[in-house]
Ligand binder design. Sequence first.
Ligand code: NCD
Length: 285
Amino acid sequence: MNTKLHHIVTTEHFTRQWLEQVFNRANQFIADGFVHTLPNKIVATCFFEPSTRTRLSFTSAAHRLGAEVLGFDNSTSTSTSKGESLEDTVRMVSNYADVIVLRHPEIGSAERAAQVATVPVINAGDGAHAHPTQTLVDLFAIKQGLGKLDDFTILMIGDIEHSRVVHSLSATLKLFNNVEQILINPVEQDYKPHLATADIVLMTRVQTERFSTQREADQLKQAYGLSVEDVQQMKPTARIIAPLPRTTELPTSIDALPQAYYFQQASFAVPVRAALLEYVLEVWQ
Ligand code: NCD
């Protein structure tokens, strides 16, 4: 791997100081608007798995910064369907763009891409493994919602095993002080007794696509869902976050409650990913 390139493959290189720089830059965009800091740059979005928010917020962020975007949103129209390897695809796209945003169903795919790419690779999700840029959005939302990133309790409910969102966030929260993490698979454990103590509740959907049988996925899906009564047990200052999309775990009946924060959270994706694009393309160090 070319270590000079700023690949974002997992969260393992995140530091508190770097995260604060990203968040300060995102806050500048929110306060002052976007400026064209990436003219003449090309961002490639290579998505081998479905996406709405991640791909479109990267695309929007790139446009806001004056960059061009190319790419694909499923692999059926690419040479992957002719048997081309991920490595060869990434080698080619390195010739066409200045950064590659990659989503792929295989664990380790982003790392493999970074080994051969001659431009920075940003992991936009590799199977059940990691989703480092969602972690940036999650942390930014926690900071905006609670006003701090230390001294709080986070309850993560859902498909803990298959959620790359949970894996990456949980690893990164270790950088902060006095953060209590309670991770609950609702088939195994009741989350309701924890609702009153949580400052943040992260809801994740069942990753049905990663189960070997539909029956197991359905069993987990039926085990949870936040009701209005559940949310009313939470602290008034607590915040519910979620990467989205939602299924049954977040009914629309709770959307208007003050703890519901997931749509505000989603709105942070563009400024946060804009700050990240600037970093990997060395607008700031
Ligand atoms: C998540 C993902 O793709 O891992 N979505 C997202 O990026 N906003 C969560 C999910 O699909 O459930």
